[in-house]
Design a protein around this ligand. Structure first.
Ligand code: TYD
Length: 139
């Protein structure tokens, strides 16, 4: 069983921007700009038109999702409410706590999605069945 999260706990984080005529720079420090230490980074790219990534929740894993290039929509669902957040700026990150059902959809051509995660990969952290996700919520 895991604590229930509210969809409003998914927040957009505005990362620092160092504007420069030579090109702009943004950065992220774990536990400073995002509320966890980064234990893993992975990225999703070359997504064919119409394909959907995700479609699961994590029991105990926080993530920050960033559209480094292009755009896509993040569908989030806390079991009661659903929301769609479009990401299309490299200096915005979507913080997603544990126990949030999510999918990534509507990828633009050449979209590059960077995800920072609070733990190393483990299949044990996944809930891949929506009914199991609803059952896993305590309150
Ligand atoms: P998955 O998390 O299901 O992809 P998504 O949610 O983006 O659609 O992972 C797909 C496959 O990649 C799965 O077999 C596990 C593997 N994988 C890793 O080995 N390490 C990782 O850090 C991630 C995220 C996935």
């Amino acid at each position: 069983m895991a604590n229930k999260q509210h969809i409003d706990d998914c927040t957009i984080i505005d990362f620092p921007k160092i504007m420069d005529p030579r090109g702009n720079l943004s950065f992220i420090e774990g536990n400073t700009h995002i509320p966890f230490s980064v234990e893993r980074s992975y990225w999703i790219y070359d997504v064919p038109g119409g394909q959907i990534r995700g479609g699961h929740a994590y029991t105990d894993l926080q993530e920050c999702i960033i559209a480094l290039s292009g755009s896509f929509d993040v569908h989030i669902d806390d079991g009661n409410s659903k929301k769609i957040i479009s990401l299309n700026r490299s200096y915005y990150g979507l913080y997603v706590p544990s126990m949030m059902w999510r999918s990534l959809e509507n990828f633009s051509t050449n979209a590059l999605c960077l995800i920072l995660a609070s733990k190393p990969y483990s299949e044990d952290l996944y809930i891949r069945n929506y009914a199991d996700f609803l059952n896993a919520q305590t309150t």
